[in-house]
Structure formats: structure tokens, C-alpha cells
Design a protein around this ligand. Structure first.
Ligand SMILES: *[C@@H]1O[C@H](CO)[C@@H](O)[C@H](O)[C@H]1NC(C)=O
Ligand SMILES: *[C@@H]1O[C@H](CO)[C@@H](O)[C@H](O)[C@H]1NC(C)=O
Ligand SMILES: *[C@@H]1O[C@H](CO)[C@@H](O)[C@H](O)[C@H]1NC(C)=O
Ligand SMILES: *[C@@H]1O[C@H](CO)[C@@H](O)[C@H](O)[C@H]1NC(C)=O
Ligand SMILES: CC(=O)N[C@H]1CO[C@H](CO)[C@@H](O)[C@@H]1O
Length: 228
């Protein structure tokens, strides 16, 4: 019997604890996702002073044309001009992050001198949040970020909800601006208020606060307007 041998007993006990530890780290509880999707869109509000090169860099996109492909000439007349005060679509991959915790994409942003988390959030036109920056970059002091390091900028996304409908292939991550109400968003995105509500059961608080992210469904063909 191994109990009579204290050395074996301790070894078995240690193995038991290692097994318990491994099972607790490798089996995430309440997993929210197990895979992402190839395409999501971020609705980026074009602030005055930015350009397509800067925006492509924020979202780790190699060519400006890749952004132009998902927009019309109303917002991006040509590669060298983008209209301030409009929203443009930025294509990205929607990944399952943090061992199945939530859907998002981790963009790499190279810090400039003087950057703070809140300034980075504004530069990404509120597609991320200070809380997410803190959570994913805990090794850097919030108001003293070393210049030149890469920060993880996480933008949430959606791949849809089978329980709602299977008709929509792509979802826009849409940060609300304070002046926008549901009527306005429905009219400008050409998606009914009722449909927006079905994908965003928690949206009332966000609309009354005038901030937060909602998801707008789209059939890919409506979004992918080809420009030739
Ligand atoms: C920062 O991220 C960019 C884009 O992914 C990459 O090209 C660059 O090498 C990274 N820089 C550092 C210092 O890791
Ligand atoms: C993004 O998703 C995470 C996890 O669900 C959530 O905690 C966070 O508030 C969301 N961030 C934004 C800006 O919506
Ligand atoms: C929604 O916003 C528009 C302007 O963007 C305004 O004309 C309209 O009255 C607002 N509707 C409500 C219900 O507040
Ligand atoms: C708006 O959506 C409807 C279908 O819901 C479609 O028939 C119409 O062409 C769309 N209009 C624009 C301008 O995209
Ligand atoms: C809209 C916005 O916040 N723009 C800022 C982006 O970042 C630069 C500095 O890196 C600021 O000067 C801009 O004001």
C-alpha cells in the first residue's frame, strides 16, 4: 500500500494538486465564444486632421485601398482625401479573445510621446475604451506610457446571433456619439430601429448616455460597395 510510504504519498498528493490546477486553467467556465469570423466592420468617425494613411496605420491595414473598398465616394472621394465629420467602415477580423471570453480584435498601436489612454481612445474615435486599454496593457503606467512600445488596442465586435437571424453576414461595431438617437442611426445605416433593437437588447442605457458600442447588422452586399 502506498500510504505506508510517506514519500510516495506526498508525490501522489502533489500530482493530485497539479491535476486540479491544470483542469481549472484549461477549462474556461462560461465561455462566450469558441470561434470568431473573418469580417467585421468598425465605424470610424473621421475627426478633423486625420487622413487615410493615419487611419490604416491605427488598424494595422497595409494599403489605403483596402479601406476604400468598404466605403463609397461620399466619404472617401479618393485615397488622399477622407471627409471629416463622416463615418467610414474599417474591415477587420473578429477574433475570440481571452480563452473564449469575448469577441474582439487586438490592434497594435505604437505609442507616441505624450499619449494617454484617454487620448488613444479619442484617436480610435471611441471604438475602444480606457477600461479595455487598462485591462490589456497593465504593464504600462496609464499616464506615462513609454514612447515606441506597442499597446494592445482592443475593439469589440460581433459575428451575429443565430437566435435572432441568419440573414446578416457582417456586423458593424458602432460607437454612439452623444448627439445620435435611434431614429438617426436607423435612418443613416438603413437598418430598421426594430432590427437594431433585436441585436442590442441593452441599448437603451447607451442611447440615453449618448455613448457605448452597439452592433448594426448588414448583408455583406449592402456594405461592400464596389468603387470603380
Ligand atoms: C508593433 O506592431 C507593428 C504592427 O503589428 C509591428 O509591425 C511592429 O514591429 C511592432 N513593434 C514592436 C516594437 O513590437
Ligand atoms: C467590450 O467587451 C468587454 C467584454 O464583454 C466588455 O467588458 C467591455 O465593456 C466592452 N467594451 C466596449 C467599449 O463596449
Ligand atoms: C433624433 O435626432 C434628430 C436629429 O439628429 C432630431 O431631429 C430628432 O428630433 C431626434 N428624435 C428624438 C426622438 O429625440
Ligand atoms: C435600404 O435597405 C432596403 C432593404 O432593407 C433596400 O431595399 C434598399 O436598397 C436600401 N437602400 C440603400 C440606400 O441602401
Ligand atoms: C481626435 C483626437 O483625439 N486626435 C488626437 C490624436 O492624437 C494626436 C496626438 O498623437 C492629438 O494631437 C490629436 O488631437
Amino acid at each position: 500500500m502506498f500510504e505506508s510510504n510517506p514519500k510516495n504519498f506526498m508525490l501522489n498528493l502533489a500530482l493530485l494538486f497539479i491535476l486540479i490546477y491544470l483542469s481549472s486553467v484549461s477549462l474556461p467556465v462560461n465561455s462566450q465564444c469558441n470561434r470568431g469570423c473573418d469580417l467585421a466592420l468598425a465605424s470610424f468617425y473621421v475627426w478633423r486632421g486625420t487622413d487615410l494613411t493615419y487611419i490604416a496605420n491605427l488598424f494595422n491595414i497595409e494599403t489605403r485601398q483596402e479601406i476604400m473598398d468598404y466605403n463609397t465616394r461620399d466619404t472617401i472621394p479618393n485615397l488622399d482625401s477622407v471627409i471629416a465629420g463622416t463615418r467610414i467602415n474599417i474591415p477587420f477580423r473578429c477574433d475570440c479573445l481571452e480563452d473564449g471570453d469575448f469577441l474582439g480584435h487586438d490592434f497594435q498601436y505604437e505609442a507616441n510621446s505624450g499619449d494617454t489612454y484617454s487620448r488613444i481612445v479619442s484617436n480610435y474615435s471611441d471604438l475602444t475604451s480606457v477600461d479595455l486599454l487598462r485591462r490589456f496593457n497593465s504593464r504600462y503606467p496609464e499616464n506615462n506610457i513609454p514612447t515606441g512600445v506597442n499597446l494592445s488596442v482592443v475593439v469589440n465586435c460581433s459575428c451575429g446571433d443565430r437566435d435572432v437571424s441568419e440573414d446578416f453576414g457582417v456586423f458593424v461595431t458602432y460607437p454612439l456619439r452623444s448627439e445620435e438617437n435611434l431614429t438617426y442611426v436607423a435612418a443613416t445605416t438603413n437598418v430598421s430601429a426594430e432590427l437594431i433593437r433585436r441585436y442590442n437588447p441593452d441599448m437603451d442605457a447607451k442611447f440615453s448616455a449618448g455613448e457605448g458600442i452597439i452592433y448594426i447588422p448588414g448583408r455583406e452586399k449592402y456594405v461592400l460597395v464596389s468603387i470603380s
